[in-house]
Design a protein around this ligand. Structure first.
Ligand SMILES: *Cc1c(COP(=O)(O)O)cnc(C)c1O
Length: 235
């Protein structure tokens, strides 16, 4: 078995154990394999091991990978999870199935307008700055509902839920607080009448805490593909 296949098995085991511990059904938590910085071959290896959803952070790298893996296009769900500038929306609208980090209406409007007519609506999540850090992206929690309502009205998009990247926390109990806050916020969107079902939260270091608080999708890179080189100046 390849290292990637073994890591995938391990991660799927961690997800299943965390779901069970939280009293949630097996299969309640989807695994998004974050392949940013790793070559096409790594994605093919993960695909061969059964993985079908992949996440990318950088527009050029991500689109190149979608194109290089065109033979598997119908079987893979490609998620764009990085920050997205409004001048780079078109390629994402044309190549991806999901976008996780919507935090401005302008970006959502462009994605909607640029989504090709023959494709299914782009599935999107709104990124919330749940730890309230000045430096991080994401909409303030108080503004999430208004943005969600505006995004839900766009014809080229299908609003699925919320995403967050909390600041690192010291222990499991502290990790759970921002995830609990994001879950509560999703509940308030539902109460306001929005049809949302996705909590995109949890990474290699905090997936158990996220699953305990209701994550429906965890975004895992390092635990599957290994550690990444220092961030490169991708676009
Ligand atoms: C890189 C990245 C991940 C994966 O992080 P790991 O710690 O490697 O699992 C998840 N979500 C986002 C938004 C990322 O940029």
């Amino acid at each position: 078995m390849s290292v990637i296949a073994a890591n995938l098995q391990d991660v799927n085991g961690r997800i299943a154990a965390a779901a069970q511990q939280a009293g949630r059904p097996a299969g309640a938590v989807a695994l998004l394999a974050v392949s940013k910085t790793f070559p096409d071959g790594a994605v093919r290896e993960a695909f061969a091991a059964g993985q079908r959803a992949f996440g990318e952070n950088y527009v050029q790298e991500g689109v190149a990978k979608v194109v290089a893996l065109a033979d598997l296009r119908e079987q893979i769900a490609w998620h764009f999870i990085g920050p997205l500038q409004s001048n780079k929306t078109r390629l994402v609208a044309e190549h991806f199935d999901w976008v996780h980090a919507i935090d401005r209406l302008r970006v959502a409007e462009r994605l909607s307008a640029q989504r090709p007519a023959g494709m299914a609506p782009l599935q999107v999540c709104i990124q919330v700055n749940i730890s309230d850090e000045a430096s991080k992206s994401g909409v303030a929690p108080e503004q999430a509902l208004a943005l969600a309502q505006a995004v839900a009205a766009l014809p080229g998009l299908r609003l699925r839920g919320l995403m967050a990247i909390p600041e690192p926390a010291a222990d499991a109990a502290a990790q759970r607080l921002p995830f609990a806050a994001l879950r509560a916020l999703l509940g308030s969107l539902r109460e306001a009448g929005l049809d949302v079902d996705t909590l995109s939260m949890g990474m290699s270091g905090d997936m158990e805490a996220a699953i305990a608080e209701g994550a429906t999708l965890v975004r895992i890179g390092t635990a599957i593909f290994g550690s990444r080189p220092a961030p490169a100046p991708h676009g």
